[in-house]
Design a protein around this ligand. Structure first.
Ligand SMILES: NC(=O)c1ccc[n+]([C@@H]2O[C@H](COP(=O)([O-])OP(=O)(O)OC[C@H]3O[C@@H](n4cnc5c(N)ncnc54)[C@H](O)[C@@H]3O)[C@@H](O)[C@H]2O)c1
Length: 256
């Protein structure tokens, strides 16, 4: 057990189950002394979260569908009342309709486009706006992205466009919140077998390609991502904001 996040109140959004990237980050943050606060989507996720956290003692968790402004308001009002101050926020949420990830990109429907942008991008702006008010001692905000934002990853489609908008949002938020000593960064994760990833066509092929071509000759683990998140959430990264940190076994440096 380390102390890099001792006494820090950190909100984790996006734990669906034990394979979730947010869960990897939660475990790493907990091991560094963080006080964790969670949100969940629906009863199934609540049940999974309670099971996962059963040996963490009493945890604080709030329901939150990020497409509903009133849900987001409720979460941040509750945090304000119970904790007063927030030090960290992990936004690990994305969604696109299955058909928009299975069909060709140019067939993306307007509804599907707007939905993906709402859940995967606007939600980041919405929670950042609320977190800003509670980060009175400075803070660190973190979201999860993928290199399909800058390079074509067939099948990633509308989610690639959403991740490009998310990365740009990270930079704009970092610019505006720097004056309050609130840092905003992204982790660009290599492929990880999660429920969300299952929606991407040929996902297991992508895992195989990365394992074969990446300098580290393996895919990343939840521990790899958790360690990077602790770095970004803690004062170890105090001089860093507006960055996208690649945790992908080095795959992004390859030209072929
Ligand atoms: N798995 C990968 O290969 C990979 C790679 C790079 C980036 N990412 C990103 O990591 C993040 C976490 O995804 P994951 O792979 O751990 O998958 P996951 O399915 O475990 O987690 C996704 C979470 O998003 C939540 N979510 C979706 N719609 C929501 C809504 N309306 N309101 C509230 N929550 C909602 C889900 O409930 C779930 O908890 C996502 O942003 C994803 O794009 C994943």
């Amino acid at each position: 057990m380390g102390e890099l996040l001792k006494g820090k109140n950190i909100l984790i959004m996006g734990v669906r189950n034990k394979w979730s990237i947010a869960w990897g980050i939660a475990m790493a943050a907990k091991s560094q002394g963080a006080n964790l606060i969670f949100t969940y989507l629906g009863d199934r996720e609540k049940e999974a979260l309670l099971k996962l956290t059963c040996d963490m003692g009493n945890i604080t968790a709030y329901p939150c569908d990020v497409s509903k402004e009133e849900d987001i308001d409720l979460v941040f009002n509750e945090i304000r009342q119970k904790f007063g101050v927030l030090h960290g926020l992990v936004h690990a949420i994305a969604y696109a309709r299955a058909e928009d990830l299975q069909d060709t990109f140019v067939n993306t429907s307007k509804d599907g486009f707007l939905l993906a942008m709402d859940i995967s991008v606007y939600s980041f702006i919405a929670v950042t706006k609320r977190a800003r008010e509670l980060m009175t001692e400075g803070g660190s905000i973190l979201s999860l992205t993928y290199r399909g934002s800058i390079k074509v990853s067939p099948g990633y489609n509308v989610m690639g466009v959403a991740k490009a908008a998310l990365e740009s949002s990270i930079r704009y938020a970092a610019y505006e919140l720097g004056i309050r000593n609130i840092r905003v960064n992204g982790i660009s994760a290599g492929p990880v077998k999660t429920m969300s990833a299952k929606g991407v066509k040929n996902f297991s092929d992508i895992l195989g390609i990365v394992e074969a071509k990446a300098p580290l000759k393996r895919n990343v683990t939840l521990e790899d991502l958790g360690g990077a998140a602790v770095y970004l959430l803690s004062s170890l990264s105090s001089g860093m904001t507006g960055e996208i940190l690649y945790i992908d076994s080095g795959y992004n440096i390859m030209g072929i």
